[in-house]
Design a protein around this ligand. Structure first.
Ligand code: NOJ
Length: 476
């Protein structure tokens, strides 16, 4: 079976993982120096959010040069060293590709090659996902489209130059040895006629991914791609992971699910059915660099922490592949009280502060010690809460009940699984069997008598399963 069908993939947001050169911003040598953490955690692969040359208006999702490393993150030689070290540890590496838009500092846009962008004399009503109109006027009076920040002009995928360029960018990184790509805004590339109200998920995108699949398949070693397709129904998302297109798509329905047994079961069933219909693996995720962290989302304080741990064991017990976002394995909370002057997310800035944005899940990781920056580097570009000492990797390694050890144990006990069978359980409890495990999650129902001793529990259990707790048991 191909590795990506059951892989656990760890997302690194390079600015916030580890800083080797002491400028307060994470970098590639910092990641390389900390890869042992991922090997020890037991993941199969890592996905690096963008580290390319960028003015960093949107944290690197505004790319000015797709074939070079931004100096703040290091050099191409640093990338090669990271890749070699990861492969040496048995970890695959996926890089982000941002094909929907470039930075406005990209040489194409900066030099006025506007036929490679979506430009119109008559802007329509489309809105930017970061707030405000999606069109900005050029000096010649025409308007260019930006579904995100004005510094992120949307590419015109009707132009063959754009297609050829991205084929070449894919090859550039595949030749360097990457194991795959995470495709940013995969459902946005092809735009409808501007009379249309809805801009995403146009049928024309699939021809692009059929071409990309051919490129990926022309390399040895099971190279893969995972699509970011948000706000789209499961049957439409499944089209991106047809056998001749991409390999995986993120499961945003699962990520956005409330802590509700019926809703979760409905989403799990729909996800399994949609993936099975096209022969793709289901995927699961409870956090990423764009969402509030689960500990906070599920209810601040102890209930949130307890539920986030239960959600993690539920997710990691499901068949298929799962994504873990850096810091999730430490049970970090969202940092909600960052002062406005340190916030940099365009979502915050463009909404005039009415949307808090995503800085709070991008606070640099705490590694060790008792005071900020907790071993992250010499400082940290977003301030870490002073009371994060108990969250450090160092502190959690020493604590058998820590969230870090829960994730480590789960990944040690987890076995690749492809099937799921529901077992009867009281209201409020989800109970299923995979090829290897019996999983029971109590999402707030009555206490459930466990048929046998668990091999792993998200919170202490006696003979019964208390609310907001998930356990793994051996199968009969
Ligand atoms: C999705 C990325 O995950 C997000 O961080 C970014 O702002 C947008 N795409 C635009 O590239």
């Amino acid at each position: 079976m191909e590795w990506w069908r059951t892989a656990i993939i760890y997302q690194i947001y390079p600015r916030s993982f580890a800083d080797a050169n002491g400028d307060g911003v994470g970098d590639l040598p910092g990641i390389t120096a900390r890869l042992d953490h991922l090997a020890d955690l037991g993941v199969d692969a890592l996905w690096l959010s963008p580290f390319y040359r960028s003015p960093m208006v949107d944290g690197g999702y505004d790319v000015a040069d797709y074939r070079d490393v931004d100096p703040v993150f290091g050099t191409l030689a640093d990338f090669d060293a990271l890749l070699a070290r990861a492969h040496g540890l048995g970890l695959r590496v996926i890089v982000d590709i941002v094909p929907n838009h470039t930075s406005s500092a990209h040489p194409w846009f900066a030099s006025g090659l506007h036929d490679r962008y979506v430009v119109s004399d008559t802007p329509n009503q489309w809105q930017s996902l970061f707030g405000g109109p999606a069109w900005t006027q050029l000096p010649d009076g025409s308007w260019y489209l930006h579904l995100f920040d004005p510094a992120q002009p949307d590419l015109n995928w009707g132009n063959p130059d754009v297609r050829a360029e991205f084929d070449d960018i894919l090859r550039f990184w595949l030749d360097r040895g990457v194991d795959g790509f995470r495709v940013d805004v995969a459902h946005g590339l092809v735009k409808p006629d501007i009379a249309e109200l809805s801009v995403f998920d146009q049928d024309g995108v699939h021809e692009i991914y059929r071409g990309w699949r051919k490129i990926l398949d022309s390399y040895p070693g099971e190279r893969m791609a995972v699509a970011e397709v948000f706000d789209t129904a499961p049957d439409r998302v499944a089209r991106y992971v047809a056998a001749d297109e991409l390999h995986q798509a993120f499961n945003f329905d699962f990520l956005e699910a409330p802590w509700d047994p019926d809703e979760l079961r409905r989403i799990i069933d729909a996800s399994l059915a949609a993936a099975a219909g096209v022969g793709a693996p289901p995927t699961w995720v409870i956090s990423n660099h764009d969402r509030h962290r689960p500990v906070t989302r599920f209810g601040d304080g102890i209930p949130g922490r307890r539920r986030a741990r239960a959600a993690a064991l539920l997710m990691l017990g499901l068949p298929g592949s799962a994504y873990i976002y850096q810091g999730e394995e430490l049970g970090l909370p969202e940092v909600l009280d960052l002062p406005a002057e340190v916030r940099v997310d365009p979502q915050f800035i463009r909404s005039g502060g009415t949307a808090l944005g995503r800085d709070g899940c991008r606070v640099p990781l705490p590694w060790e010690g008792d005071t900020p920056p907790f071993g992250f580097g010499a400082g940290s570009w977003l301030p870490q809460p002073a009371d994060w000492a108990a969250f450090t990797v160092e502190a959690q390694r020493a604590d058998a009940d820590s969230t870090l050890n829960l994730y480590r144990n789960a990944l040690r006990l987890r076995r690749p699984a492809a099937t799921l069978t529901w077992r009867s359980a009281p209201d409020g409890v989800l109970c299923f069997e995979t090829d290897r495990l019996l999983v029971a999650a109590n999402l707030g129902g009555s206490a459930f008598t466990l048929p046998r001793e668990p091999v792993l529990a998200s919170s202490p259990v006696g003979g019964t399963l208390p609310p907001d707790t998930t356990v793994w048991m051996e199968k009969d």
